[in-house]
Design a protein. Structure first.
Length: 430
């Protein structure tokens, strides 16, 4: 099922400065929630319905993956998916390699497949290129639950010898968002009581948990670092509304701030973005969280501010490229520290091409705010880098051409259209 047209289309974005952006925009559902919630549908036979689903290519890829596994996926109306899941005996625990290689989140079908089918065969997942992200947190936890893995260089083969996975206690070395999702989905059908310590606390994990509880799972501790799961024999399908994407919300708020404007994201969740809002306020932004959603009004010029990424509720690593773009034109010197992914400064060279004054050393970047950026041709290497370069292009003199816009399509629903609605001069070229 296609979303946003051809997922293999290579395109670029032409951006011209248009002054302060203003208006209202909607972010729609969170990529980092919906992909896991689509995978969770594998846990129960019947008709599932997800609403507030963003029209992004990663959703299209997950739709194709679920169909390859034996499900039927349809779209009755915009931003809604209906997923028909067959009996476990009719699920196919294997799918074409290119579907797994297209995105990192494909790994989350591993837990549900082992829980329902007792086996899974998949290529190693792909996705954004910003440093090594090993899958051992996933495989170690599932192994403790009774799965046996036979790993080849580019693929994973796993099976369970007993009728059901066995409950266990797991302590994650790092509060991995995706590993927590995967192990949680496996544990809800495991035999006995499982405990996941040092679990990720992101709102998207909590939202997945709410979907699973509605399906009949027994989970305690959602939103905390300890999840306790009493396995049940079966689950039933439900209708679930996906939470708003906090990173997409942040992107449009940042577009308002960097251009000196005022933007409201009508469905943004202030309670999911508290640490980011502190940083926006420290940069001089005026934040109105009285609703609907969130509104920010820019100061005459943004102020420098130090930022360090940390697991939730800290500043998310996905926010950092957006903040770096804003700080590149702020008054003063800022230090940005990346504590999660070692390769997450690869977009900095492209910002420098636009005239930003940024130097990096190890996991730190020092940003000396400049008065102006200058448009040129740059290349995006991941979703958030593409968004950050677009923000920079909004305030760069002349024309900025950003190649690699297909990365934006993986995480943003009609990015060009929504920026245009706020007053930006943006044009997509295929």
């Amino acid at each position: 099922m296609g979303v946003n047209g051809n997922t293999n289309e290579v395109s670029s974005l032409v951006v011209k400065p248009a002054g302060p952006l203003s208006g209202e925009v909607q972010a729609f559902g969170a990529k980092n929630a919906v992909l896991k919630e689509m995978a969770a549908c594998l846990l129960a036979t019947g008709t599932h319905r997800l609403t507030n689903v963003p029209a992004i290519t990663d959703v299209a890829t997950m739709c194709a993956l679920l169909e390859a596994l034996g499900c039927s996926v349809s779209r009755a109306r915009d931003h809604e998916l209906t997923i028909e899941v067959p009996d476990a005996t009719d699920l196919q625990p294997v799918a074409p390699a290119h579907l797994f290689e297209a995105m990192r989140a494909s790994i989350v079908v591993l837990g549900p497949l082992l829980a329902r089918c007792g086996e899974a065969h998949m290529a190693l997942p792909g996705g954004d290129d910003f440093g090594q992200r090993p899958i051992n947190f996933h495989t170690d936890g599932l192994s403790a639950m009774g799965a046996v893995f036979t790993n080849e260089r580019l693929s994973i083969h796993a099976s369970v010898s007993r009728p059901r996975l066995a409950a266990t206690r797991m302590t994650l070395e790092y509060p991995s968002h995706t590993a927590t999702d995967n192990l949680l989905m496996a544990a809800v059908l495991a035999e006995g009581r499982s405990v996941i310590d040092n679990a990720a606390r992101e709102p998207e994990v909590e939202d997945l948990g709410r979907q699973l509880v509605a399906m009949g799972a027994r989970i305690e501790g959602l939103g905390t670092s300890r999840l306790t799961i009493d396995g049940v024999a079966s689950l039933q399908p439900v209708e679930h509304e996906v939470i708003t994407d906090r990173v997409v919300s942040a992107t449009y708020l940042a577009a308002g701030l960097i251009t000196g404007g005022e933007v409201r994201v009508t469905d943004a969740r202030p309670d999911h973005m508290e640490m980011l809002l502190r940083k926006l306020t420290a940069m001089g932004g005026v934040v109105d969280d009285r609703g609907p959603g969130l509104c920010v009004r820019a100061p005459q010029r943004l102020r420098a501010c130090d930022v360090a990424t940390l697991p939730y509720p800290g500043v998310a690593t996905d926010y950092k490229p957006l903040l770096t773009a804003m700080l590149s034109v702020a008054d003063g010197v800022s230090v940005v520290t990346e504590n999660l992914f070692v390769g997450r400064f690869r977009y900095v060279d492209e910002l420098v091409r636009l005239g930003a004054s940024i130097t990096t050393e190890g996991h730190h970047a020092m940003i000396r705010g400049v008065d102006r950026l200058v448009g040129t041709s740059v290349r995006a290497t991941d979703i958030r880098a593409a968004a950050a370069l677009t923000l920079a292009g909004l305030v760069a003199d002349g024309v900025t051409t950003i190649s690699g816009l297909e990365h934006v399509d993986r995480g943003y629903d009609d990015f060009v259209g929504r920026l245009g609605h706020l007053g930006a001069q943006v044009e997509r070229l295929s």
